[in-house]
Write a protein that binds this ligand. Structure first.
Ligand code: SF4
Length: 299
């Protein structure tokens, strides 16, 4: 296949995947929502979970995005040093988002800051927002696509704590965010927490935490224990689905951390809503593909 044809194919497949992510939730989220529905005892909360289930079914049948807010597209890109289209990838990703915007269709959510002009394509200055990483010695492309909605992005906060505040300070900060802005994000929530040295690294890790599957745990047993304790604490607020009360508030709490400077403890929170539209796809160098989150996908 000529290079230009390959680039066109890659663009079309990525556009198709972005489209799909807006219409079908990843398997881990669907399974968790069903589990929460089955466990829920409050009649209204149960009814809301049933409405969410119906929403997913109809989005698929009617070929429409499952939420009107299809978010600002964010991507985590891990590109192999031998992936043959690495040089063109940044352009391809932008073109794919513009194509998906037209064809899915996606709501026009990219507004140029200061100019206050909607670009109408979901493409603009650093939009889609992309985090880059490399895969040494690999010829693959791994791509996480995430739709950052307004409601679920709204509660995002970060704080650099004095070291003496310790992990108790982290818990207090997280619970302050959850009890003040949590319900804006359409619960049940996936709570992403980043802990590190400076506020920028903490914020990045808090979003990276949302790319981790629901039900997974931090590798460090102490961090994993904190995840479980935070689930219990946030559930006890009783936000329930859509914040209209219920026995559970979250789908999970995911913590991602780095080693840190001993004099500071930075912590950030990013939230994912019940419609946690995240997808991961892996392309081989011949552009064959497989998705971990949307098994058997045909693009
Ligand atoms: S928080 Fe999520 S489900 Fe609620 S409106 Fe925003 S994108 Fe949609």
């Amino acid at each position: 296949m000529a290079k230009q044809e390959s680039l066109e194919l890659l663009k079309n497949r990525i556009a198709g995947f972005v489209d799909l992510v807006g219409k079908k939730l990843p398997e881990d989220v669907t399974v968790k929502l069903k589990e929460l529905k089955d466990e829920e005892e409050m009649p209204m909360a149960k009814m809301i979970y049933e409405a969410m289930e119906k929403n997913q079914k109809q989005a698929w049948e009617l070929n429409r995005p499952s939420c009107q807010d299809t978010g600002l597209i964010q991507m985590f890109v891990r590109v192999g040093t031998s992936f043959p289209y690495a040089d063109e990838l940044k352009v391809i990703l932008k073109e794919a988002v513009a194509k998906a915007t037209k064809e899915a269709p996606l709501r026009h959510n990219t507004v140029e800051t200061f100019d206050e002009v909607n670009t109408g394509t979901n493409v603009g200055t650093d939009s889609p927002w992309i985090y880059w990483d490399i895969l040494p010695g690999s010829d693959k492309l791994e791509l996480d696509v995430y739709m950052a909605g307004g409601g679920c992005s709204l509660p995002g906060q970060g704080k650099t704590l004095m070291p003496g505040e310790g992990y108790e300070g982290v818990v207090k900060f997280v619970l302050d965010v959850m009890t003040s802005y949590g319900l804006n994000a359409c619960p049940p929530l996936l709570v992403g927490i980043g802990i590190g040295t400076s506020i920028d690294s903490a914020a990045y890790m808090a979003k990276k935490a949302l790319m981790r599957p629901v039900g997974s745990h931090n590798e460090n047993p102490k961090a994993a224990e904190l995840e479980d304790e935070l689930v219990k604490a946030i559930d006890s607020i009783g936000l329930g689905p859509q914040g209209l009360t219920g026995t559970k508030s979250v789908m999970g709490v995911n913590i991602v951390n780095s080693a840190r400077h001993p004099s500071v403890l930075s912590c950030a929170v990013n939230l994912g809503c019940w419609a946690h539209r995240r997808g991961t796809i892996v392309f081989n160098s011949d552009l064959s593909y497989d998705s971990i989150t949307h098994k058997g996908v045909q693009l």
